[in-house]
Design a protein around this ligand. Structure first.
Ligand code: URA
Length: 241
């Protein structure tokens, strides 16, 4: 199957009405509140293609995850408010823009989410980093958090939950629920690849949370892998295959 990067087939979910954002390298679709924003800048698509290749080494894969995550920050932070301040250049006084005191938090979902953190921090170095770890209870099949450490002022921060693969949407939705339970208010999800099933399930659970992704692929296979996807992101990042 062909991935849905680029092209007009990007949004197959029936309830989604897609539109192109003319001045940016992203497309947005709204489904009952939460938006799905596909960041399909040519550099992102190029690097995603390299990541999908099974011959790509773990080291190169790690570097590419960081680079794509960094490129995505450009779009993910597009709405941050600016304020004007006066400064002096070597030549004259002038007014310049600065991001106005917005406090950010990055929360990777362990373990694959860790791979995206450094790439994001390069662009927003003052963001605080929380961590959340989930496992699936073998009896209830529900995600349970085994680790959760968030910045103490999480309720005042704009939060980016990072999980490279939005597959069934179960763990990303559970991570966001835990963050909301601990006071998180303004949350977005940043994934490298998403399956339509995961987008639908996630928006169902959290209609107020936007999803940013670099591509929406075809479907999930019987093992819960995204097709065509890139395999197990955690194994490829950490060489544990
Ligand atoms: N998690 C992964 O790492 N890859 C998939 O394809 C689905 C979930």
């Amino acid at each position: 199957a062909e991935p849905f990067e680029g092209g007009r087939h990007c949004f197959r979910l029936e309830k989604i009405s897609a539109y192109e954002n003319e001045n940016s390298n992203s497309r947005e679709a709204a489904s009952g509140g939460g938006r799905t924003v596909v960041i399909d800048h040519p550099l992102v698509r190029h690097k995603l293609g390299l990541m999908r290749n099974k011959e790509t080494s773990s080291k190169d894969f790690r570097d590419l995850v960081q680079e794509v995550a960094g490129l995505m920050v450009y779009e993910v932070t597009r709405h941050l408010p600016l304020e004007e301040v006066e400064i002096e250049t070597p030549v004259a006084k002038t007014r310049v823009f600065t991001i106005s005191g917005k406090k950010l938090a990055i929360v990777p979902v362990l373990r694959a989410g860790l791979g995206m953190v450094e790439g994001i921090l390069k662009l927003v170095p003052n963001a605080k980093v929380g961590h959340i770890g989930l496992y699936r209870d073998p009896d209830t099949l529900k995600p349970v958090d085994y680790y959760c450490k968030l910045p103490c002022d999480i309720s005042e921060r704009e939060i980016f939950v990072v999980d490279p693969m939005l597959a069934t949407g179960g763990s990303a939705a559970a991570a966001v629920s835990h963050i909301k339970d601990r006071g998180g208010k303004k949350v977005s999800l940043v994934s490298l690849l998403a399956a339509p099933e995961g987008i639908a399930a996630f928006h169902e659970a959290h209609p107020d949370v936007d999803i940013y992704t670099a591509a929406v692929d075809s479907h999930l296979n019987d093992h819960g892998y995204i097709v065509p996807g890139l395999g197990d992101a955690g194994d490829r990042l950490f060489g544990t295959k």
